[in-house]
Ligand binder design. Sequence first.
Ligand SMILES: Cc1cc2nc3c(=O)[nH]c(=O)nc-3n(C[C@H](O)[C@H](O)[C@H](O)COP(=O)(O)OP(=O)(O)OC[C@H]3O[C@@H](n4cnc5c(N)ncnc54)[C@H](O)[C@@H]3O)c2cc1C
Length: 221
Amino acid sequence: MAIVKTKNSIVRVLKTRHLTNSTYVIRTKRDGLEFEAGQYISLGLPGNAEKREYSIYSGTEEDYIEVLVKEIDEGIVSKQLKQLQPGAHAEMDGPFGFFTLDEASRSGKELVFIASGTGIAPFHSFIKSYRGLNYKLVHGVKYGDEAYEFETYSPGSYILCTSRDNQGDYHGRVTDFLMAQPVKTGADYYLCGNSQMIHDVYDLLKDQQVGTDSIHAEVYF
Ligand SMILES: Cc1cc2nc3c(=O)[nH]c(=O)nc-3n(C[C@H](O)[C@H](O)[C@H](O)COP(=O)(O)OP(=O)(O)OC[C@H]3O[C@@H](n4cnc5c(N)ncnc54)[C@H](O)[C@@H]3O)c2cc1C
């Protein structure tokens, strides 16, 4: 992995796209931030000690930075960021993290991305950053309207698993999907989202003979 310098900047908000009542994409100026797809930044209001980590959602070639945020009812920063209007400022530190793709993965290795909720963000950045990835993306959400910007993904590569309605490709959790359709060994597995999903999928993949070296994870909460 290339060494990238972290920096701290006050950045201008360009716009916000509201994808559902609670989930939005906030776009800020990039101001020269260098990052690798899969890394995250820390974001909050300027001068405010409360900051949270967010995976970068946009691609490395874009001249802005985007993050995909779910507003948490009892949360602090996810609510504050939602209120920011175009022209307002946010404080950004980073980039951080090692949830990135190596050369072999960018050059045709079979990849399986497994996300819960906004855990889809680093995979969106991978797909925007690297042309021709050989991937399947399994996305677990509660309801079909959480298939955030699914049109980004190549046809047949995106599998939506909905646990609370039947608007997805599969009705059930990602773990149910992976039990119904056991995986092939030889691929690399990238898991991102809540810790329960990651633990359950990790155990399931090990039971299906996937080596632990082939499993990579980023835990959100
Ligand atoms: C490396 C990393 C990357 C992350 N990337 C993203 C991202 O791309 N998008 C994103 O929305 N969040 C992401 N998160 C989670 C994010 O950092 C915050 O925890 C989240 O936005 C809540 O912050 P808050 O201040 O609103 O709530 P807080 O006051 O910090 O937390 C309130 C409660 O909500 C829980 N919680 C946190 N996230 C969720 C969630 N998604 N669903 C349900 N409960 C949750 C917390 O565990 C806590 O119990 C990431 C976390 C990490 C560690």
